[in-house]
Design a protein around this ligand. Structure first.
Ligand SMILES: O=C(O)CCC(=O)C(=O)O
Ligand SMILES: [Fe+2]
Length: 271
């Protein structure tokens, strides 16, 4: 509230586009983290689907204060713009010695948009150790369209990321990313608070673009991940190039000509 949002930069946006997620470690102050466990254990009253963010949470509520943390406010604004809608929120608890992991899934059921995406914020008030059932996610899976739990039969993909993080970490996810809460083998409950945002503005150049032409942007966009098949891995980069075109408004952006070479549509020859 009193502090200005800290926007993401282009390298961070490119990382989000390639990985399907971006983590901001320990950005939430210790006082808020200390308050969070009690608040989350009690539960957060639901918000009606589609409530504008500025109307969703009372100004002095825990959630409003969490969303006012400059790095959190800046990331939300950079990814979905100034006044997104709250799709829903939920407190996710992995119970101590819970015995089960959640199957790998995407939270979106059939979402074929290529020019817009929802973003999920995941906030971890406690330090999460490997035993505590951090959220597993598969980097680079968000643009491979699957229907919600169809990926549930996949176990342990190469390059998967089991979240281990310090207290006060916030992770932003593209809605399509494959993820799941892991088994909690510790004696402590693991809390996570998730909010899904729907953009209300075109997701174009909403971040701090002063580094747009930094070579690190291209390097981030062109990464490959160890679970990709050789050829379909190219399709992932093709889809990223399309998403980067949408985000930047640059109709010629490409990675190694993958989009350009299949955009060639010669018309009939003129005699
Ligand atoms: O608890 C977690 O770490 C993930 C929860 C989740 O993805 C879900 O319930 O949809
Ligand atoms: Fe989920």
């Amino acid at each position: 509230m009193e502090n200005k949002p800290i926007l993401l930069n282009s390298v961070q946006l490119a990382r989000f586009v390639a990985h399907g997620s971006l983590r901001l470690d320990a950005v939430v102050p210790a006082e808020l983290n200390a308050e969070a466990v009690g608040v989350l254990a009690e539960g957060v009253a639901p918000v009606a689907y589609g409530t504008p963010l500025s109307k969703a949470y009372a100004p002095d509520s825990f959630t409003a204060r969490l969303l006012a943390v400059p790095q959190v406010a800046g990331a939300v604004r950079s990814l979905v713009g100034p006044e997104p809608l709250v799709d829903h929120h939920a407190v996710h608890v992995r119970e101590p010695r819970g015995g089960e992991a959640q199957p790998l899934h995407a939270d979106a059921i059939i979402d074929v948009r290529t020019d817009a995406f929802d973003v999920q914020l995941m906030y971890y008030p406690q330090a999460v150790t490997l035993e505590m059932g951090g959220t597993l996610s598969v980097p680079g899976s968000h643009l491979r369209r699957t229907n919600e739990s169809d990926t549930g039969r996949y176990q342990n993909l190469r390059g998967q990321d089991r979240l281990v993080c310090p207290a006060g970490t916030v992770v932003f996810l593209h809605h399509g990313i494959w993820h799941g809460g892991r088994r909690n083998d510790s004696d402590a409950a693991r809390y996570m608070f998730k909010i899904r945002f729907n953009p209300t503005v075109r997701q174009r150049l909403l971040w701090d673009t002063s580094d747009l032409h930094d070579p690190c942007v291209l390097a981030e966009l062109d990464v490959t991940f160890p679970w990709y098949e050789h050829a379909v891995g190219r399709l992932e980069r093709y889809n990223r190039a399309l998403l980067w075109r949408e985000l930047t408004g640059d109709p010629d952006f490409d990675l190694d000509h993958w989009v350009t070479r299949v955009s060639n549509r010669p018309q009939e020859a003129t005699a």
